[in-house]
Design a binder for this molecule. Sequence first.
Ligand code: PLP
Length: 413
Amino acid sequence: GSIPIQAVLVAPGVKDRKVLEFKRGDALKDRDVASGLIRSVLASNPTQRSAFYVFDLAKVVDLFRSWRRALPGVRPCYAVKCNPDPSLLGALAALGAGFDCASRAEIEAVLSLGAGVVHPRRDIVYANPCKPEAHLEFAAEAGVTLATYDSEEEVAKVRRCHPGCELLLRIKGPDGGDARVDLGTKYGALAGEVVPLLRAAQRAGVPVAGVSFHVGSGAANLDVYRGAVEDARKVFDAATELGMPPLRVLDIGGGFVSGPKFEDAAAVINDALARHFGDLPCVEVIGEPGRYFAETAFTLAARVIGKRVRGEVREYWIDDGLYGSLNCVIMDHYVPTPRPLAGARPGERTYASTVFGPTCDSLDTVVRGYQLPEMSVGDWLVFDDMGAYTTGAGSNFNGFATSDIKIYVAYSS
Ligand code: PLP
């Protein structure tokens, strides 16, 4: 079906914000579009003198369309932790996505989109294998009825705090995915733990609805999806052998990056689903993409707030840094390649430059020995692809509040 663009523009989370419209133009590359959006923000908001984001809704629409084309049988349930901005959540809800929530606050953020928009039972998976009791009780009150687990303790806790909940057994993805962020060291049942964990749920009378896995965020070796789907099928068969009601949900997790790698991953997944689940056409397949939808849709503009010249070296301070949304440099292995908003004139001289964040910690250094043209206080540096694991994990250290960084919503058509 076609994507309801009008619905996106009036989606909860979007409709209360002013949406900046921007004509993309055929020749414009993504970076030029982002620069154009930033310039439009600055032209129409002369008082904007601190770091801000532009969020291009059109990117999310494009990405959703690509997802549907490449993985038609898999419903994306967006991983809220990746970027909980309400306008992103609202747009994805309008497009028809579900949500992966990992805490009470994430469930609340999604439910606040409105009862007519998000249905707790149909649209939310509580995908945190280890949940605080109070959060589980809240999920029960809110009507969220599907959650992941990978330990016997969790079964007992779910039985105590949320007896109406169904479970997805999270299994450990295969090794060797070469992921940017490996999750298998923390979560996922090992092969030998599967049957005991199924039995534990069976004994406790907590229904198991299916299986989930996560191959790691930004997996480079896409074959891990093949192995994970195969392992998931083994769990379906084990449940049948134990006499449990047939499992009916397969959650293939996240880990996707947009672009050609996504198409490659989708081909591997479709092939594996046909091979291992072709005889179970009624199984509902969902995914938990975070980075895929958020990463490229947000661009950061940070302002140069200080400068020091040391011989041939230039040192700049900007008003976002490693304690702010650029925490992704440490937490998410983001490699910053900032570019001046003004662009570089052909043949313009560049200098080995250091860019510091605003706090007093010397660790708060964004790049060092990085070539930039001469910049001045008041100029802007642009950081592309800053939507994933950025604002959500920033702090208020030193009084520089990440939550104060404004997000402008734009639509580039
Ligand atoms: N699902 C779970 C359980 C996760 O832990 C994560 C990321 O940590 C995601 C989904 C989203 O992963 P990604 O952003 O790589 O798609």
